[in-house]
Design a protein around this ligand. Structure first.
Ligand code: G3P
Ligand code: MG
Length: 327
């Protein structure tokens, strides 16, 4: 007979294949859907395969990104399906509750910082009001000094490099504390040196700024700048992405929250070998890397440094192959 305990015991649901899409250079370039992107999503829906989005992009919240994708791709995307570079950084915000944190970025990065849980936020630009001599090229209204930031968090691509590089080198060196022990840590949401936008060759990403900052800091202080990177290809991102995908499966299959979900294959479709392919390859099975030629990578064959398990012309060809493989 079935006891209450065994009836309630969670069961394991096995999913044969699921897809995790990179966004820029795979589905979208600039503000336009790439050719075949809408058809690819339709194929997946018709084939009843679970999918989520995993981008190193940022500057807007997951809800705003879901709205943007819904419009661009002609398919309903829920915010729960969207993982951005800042999404797993809620754990950083928790570490600094009610402590002052310098946040760097562009677009709507302050909304993003608040949605991540950062509460006492200051930008490099506002910090100049308290330390007006740090950057002689920008005149600002002054105000009394507040506490020094206990951490610096780059949440999206900086766009005021000269000012930001100077202020960050000052803060991260601890030199503003005048004799007291002060060594704030640097966190960066996205290591991408390049990414694929509307222009025909890749653009500098957030990683280009941190590369410059690391060089400047080391040249200035004679020691390396410690940085904790989030974003692909880091392992933390893939652990988080697996949880998001499991939740998506529970949602579309109407499974109880306690049920376990396993995958035979998680296909990570990306355009950047150093981010998407390296990350999926390092994450290991069930992750399977699929490299497309519509973004950062445009080679004939495979990437020599980070070879993908599968190379496809574009996202449509990749999804077609995945749907056929599963059958
Ligand atoms: O800023 C965007 C970027 O670095 C990469 O975005 O979607 O290709 O991971 P994505
Ligand atoms: Mg990309």
């Amino acid at each position: 007979s079935t006891t209450a305990a065994s009836r309630d015991a969670p069961s394991t649901h096995r999913e044969k294949a699921a897809v995790v899409f990179d966004i820029d250079g795979v589905l979208v370039r600039g503000k336009k859907a790439l050719q075949g992107a809408k058809e690819a999503l339709k194929l997946l829906r018709d084939g009843d395969l679970p999918f989520t989005f995993l981008t190193n992009g940022g500057g807007i919240t997951e809800s705003n990104k879901a709205e943007e994708l819904t419009t661009l791709l002609d398919t309903e995307v829920s915010p729960d399906q969207v993982q951005m570079s800042h999404t797993p950084m809620r754990e950083v915000a928790q570490r600094y509750t009610d402590r002052r944190v310098m946040v760097v970025g562009s677009k709507r990065f302050l909304d993003v910082a608040k949605s991540c849980g950062f509460s006492d936020i200051i930008t490099p630009q506002d910090f100049l009001q308290e330390w007006p001599n740090l950057y002689p090229y920008r005149k600002v209204e002054t105000r009394p000094k507040g506490p020094l930031p206990e951490a610096v968090v780059i949440l999206h691509d900086p766009q005021d490099w000269a000012l930001e590089a100077q202020v960050l080198c000052d803060i991260l060196s601890g030199s503003l504390a005048a004799g007291e022990e002060h060594s704030p840590h640097l966190y960066a949401s996205n290591p991408d040196f390049l990414y694929s936008a509307a222009h025909h060759t890749p653009r500098f990403g957030q990683g280009a700024f941190t590369t410059a900052l690391e060089h400047l800091f080391e040249k200035l202080h004679g020691r390396p700048l410690p940085v904790t990177y989030y974003g692909k290809p880091n392992a933390v991102v893939y652990r988080y992405a697996t949880r998001i995908l499991e939740a998506e499966v529970r949602r579309i299959r109407s499974l109880p929250a306690a049920d376990n979900v396993t995958f035979d294959r998680i296909y990570a479709i990306g355009d950047n070998p150093k981010a998407d392919v390296r990350g999926a390859n390092r994450a290991g099975l069930p992750w399977t890397s699929v490299l497309v030629r519509t973004g950062v990578f445009s080679g004939e064959d495979n990437d020599p440094d980070d070879p993908a398990h599968i190379v496809s012309h574009d996202v449509h060809a990749a999804v077609k192959m995945i749907v056929e493989r599963r059958e």
